[in-house]
Design a protein around this ligand. Structure first.
Ligand code: NAP
Length: 258
């Protein structure tokens, strides 16, 4: 695959993607907002994995900065073989009564940036007749828990559409749907991790290696771990009223006026 571009590569799953790809001898382009952290990670990867690493500082919620990523993906002289659309964050607030600014930012990062980067990468890859796009969705895509569920449902369905359009082109599209993973995600959103029992948590290393194996197989949807695959099957078979009921916050129902 040559060079891989990973968004959100300074922490959590993105950092793990970068390490596993570097260990598999891919050169890397690391994208995130924090320049210092990008430089540190790049330097470690050059030293310990001996691969070439470019850093591209960009806030993916800003259209002009996102365009820098798209331009890099389109560059015919420096082909990118794998795009990992990984950057994302939790909102940790209800939509009704919550702030609108983070809602808009979430759409920009987890929906618009995925679309723009995929458009740039798919065009360039199809012209070369090879390449792969991996979009990080979530098991939340099948639920009705917060607007995050809607963003990740978009990523999942969009990836399926991409896979259909790309069939026979030599380029593949894969959606990765992890369950809970200990990363910086929950702390950044002010979400208490202790509300879920430890057996529900997945290991970032395993989630990423399953995702990369799915890319190698050209698999369209990958849900790491048997437990989450069973949960996913239940969510898909359950009537939607039950899925909505499961997402209800009993505290909120108690607070509602009669
Ligand atoms: N952790 C879980 O339980 C879980 C489960 C299912 C799916 N996911 C998904 O997995 C993906 C990775 O999340 P994670 O758990 O690894 O979270 P994380 O540890 O918080 O990492 C998020 C990464 O995204 C970058 N990022 C955030 N906002 C950005 C922006 N506006 N522009 C550019 N980069 C940005 C961050 O870097 P900077 O702050 O430097 O920009 C960081 O590198 C997300 O799409 C998330 O929705 C996570």
């Amino acid at each position: 695959m040559g060079t891989a571009l990973v968004t959100g590569a300074t922490s959590g799953l993105g950092l793990e993607f970068a390490w596993q790809l570097a260990q598999a001898r891919h050169n890397l382009i690391l994208v995130a907002r924090t320049s210092e952290r990008l430089r540190e990670v790049a330097e470690e990867m050059r030293q310990f994995a001996g691969v070439q690493v470019e850093v591209l500082r960009a806030d993916l919620s800003q259209r002009d900065e996102l365009e820098l990523v798209a331009e890099r993906l389109r560059d015919p002289n420096k082909p990118v073989g794998l795009l990992v659309n990984n950057a994302g964050f939790g909102l940790g607030q209800p939509f009704v009564g919550g702030d609108l600014a983070p809602e808009e930012q979430a759409l920009d990062v987890m929906v618009r940036a995925v679309m723009v980067a995929s458009h740039a990468a798919a065009g360039a890859m199809v012209r070369r007749g090879r390449g792969a796009i991996l979009n990080v969705s979530s098991i939340a895509a099948h639920t009705a828990v917060g607007t995050y569920a809607a963003h990740k449902a978009w990523v999942l369905r969009f990836t399926e559409v991409l896979a259909v359009e790309l069939a026979g082109s030599g380029v593949t599209a894969t959606a990765l749907c992890p369950g809970l993973v200990h990363t910086g995600f929950h702390a950044a959103a002010g979400i208490d991790e202790t509300q879920w029992k430890e057996s529900l948590w997945l290991d970032a290393e395993r989630v990423v290696s399953d995702g990369l194996a799915a890319v190698r197989r050209g698999q369209v949807i990958c849900t790491p771990s048997l437990g989450y695959r069973c949960g996913n099957a239940v969510l898909r078979l359950a009537p939607r009223w039950l899925v909505r009921r499961m997402a209800e916050d009993p505290e909120r129902s108690r607070r509602q006026p009669e």
